[in-house]
Design a protein around this ligand. Sequence first.
Ligand SMILES: Nc1ncnc2c1ncn2[C@@H]1O[C@H](COP(=O)(O)OP(=O)(O)OP(=O)(O)O)[C@@H](O)[C@H]1O
Length: 573
Amino acid sequence: MKEIFSYVRPYKWTAIFALCLMLLELFVELVQPIIMAKIIDEGVRAQNHEMIWQWGAVLLILSCLAFIAGVVNSYFSSHTAQSFAFDLRNAMFEKIQSFTLTTYQKFSTASLITRLTNDVTQVQTVLFMSLRIMLRAPLAVVGSIVMAFVVNAKLALFLVIGAPIIFVFLVFMVSKGVSYFGRVQKRVDRLNRVLQENLQAIRLVKAYLRGTYEASRFEQVASHLKIDTVKALRTMEYIMPVLLFIMNMSLLAVLWFGTKQIAAGSMPLGDIVAIVNYAMRMTGSFSMFAFIIIFYARAKASAERMAEVLAVENEVEVISTSEEASSKMKFGELAFDNVSFTYPGAENPVLSNVSFQVKSGEKLAIMGATGAGKSTLLQLIPRFYDVTSGQISVEGKDVQQWDLQELREIIGYVPQQSLLFTGSIAENIRWGDAEAEMDEVLKATMQAQIHASVEDFPNGYDTRVGQKGVNLSGGQKQRLSIARALLRKGHLLMLDDSTSALDVKTEQALWEALSDERATMLVVTQKIRTAKEADRILLIDAGEVVAYGTHDELLQSSLLYKKIAISQQEVEE
Ligand SMILES: Nc1ncnc2c1ncn2[C@@H]1O[C@H](COP(=O)(O)OP(=O)(O)OP(=O)(O)O)[C@@H](O)[C@H]1O
């Protein structure tokens, strides 16, 4: 909670100002009963009309002051709470951008979304309440007790007896609430996950007629959320009755003792009115406090979840040794030397002792059955993951010695799943190079064989891409992703099965257009037709290199390659 609240620091003056206004409100609230007692004893009972008018006017002015202070306090409290939430969200978002893929796997996407939305809101609400009413509640309790002593010490004693019991009880309830609400937030995570999965796969849900099943899955997680929330709130609901019971007992004692004293003529009526007034205020403040405690318990659980995100130390070290000039710097050259890799937490290696070299400007095709480790191999190059053993060198330098940003800048990567972002087509392509001129964009789209399709769209390059590119075909998305990577003008171009949705003619035209690319190319493919065009082919099976060479060499040396070639009717049996 402490480190999360450190985000309030930049707004400490507005927060302090809001607190001062709150104190002014509280002061007015506390002197009111004394003035009332005075009016009753010296004005009403003594039939002194002038006195009633005078003190009545004082009461009115004080009430107006308290009203204005309340309005201004609200303004500053909400400004502080909103700015705090804004900064906190940005800090978390920035942190998440620096996560390694391993860290992403530890948090689920849905959980990160909940932490950035719902969790921030919980803490923001409590901050607002703190500045507006939360601190006021305990101060009002203490203030009421002090003022009660000022008015009549004997009667005030009855009010004091209950206070410590209530305090201990409240502390106990908060600690209980934090653990309950921690569980509730986890349930919100799960609800978000189910919702997210469902919305992402809505076409599949419809095609497989899984709507009813999905609805029951959602109902299940929603009911878990309901049950746990109810449990948490029910526990908190014990607070009010216990509190009211203790306070009402005190009040009864005040009335019993007070009326006896008044009857005996040893106490003015105004005193008992004021003390009852303070007792009511204490009860009100305590119940307000109890109400806020529910929010506080929830916010504390949320704050802990946010602190987890902010505390992540990323595992990929960014070692920059730019002074150590790489002597054998060769444009786009790549070498794997005995590389093995096991996913964090997994038992078996996905890649074992992989070695190969690709010279500057060469094209390497990577083939292998699904799950063989092709995508993983590509992802090790920009250090999405670090090798378990062995070494990967880019342009003669170990990737772990590269400055991470510089390394990624020279790589154009087209992932297996084409992802586009909401925005125009041109904006999406400019992800490759934000500064690129329009003629460079056009060159990339022409090479990627997507220019003509874009021209056919109603707004050409300004056409908006829907969320995740829903208004584009699979092949169009793939080609836009390729154009994006080409615009990067990297030294290394990695295409992960990125032409699977293209027809034969378009694919051929694409490879032709790419044939004079200066960059070294790594092309993951299932098609012998594509692999044949490459300078060399790397065939992997269950994470191991089983063949490496040209198409003709592999036909001679690898039975597996030959079998694939025959199955694709690329060679005669
Ligand atoms: N993030 C991950 N965590 C743990 N294991 C993973 C992860 N990603 C992939 N794997 C495992 O690594 C193996 C290789 O996966 P990879 O995606 O590299 O294969 P691939 O050859 O590209 O397959 P495909 O052609 O189907 O895309 C698979 O067995 C897969 O289950």
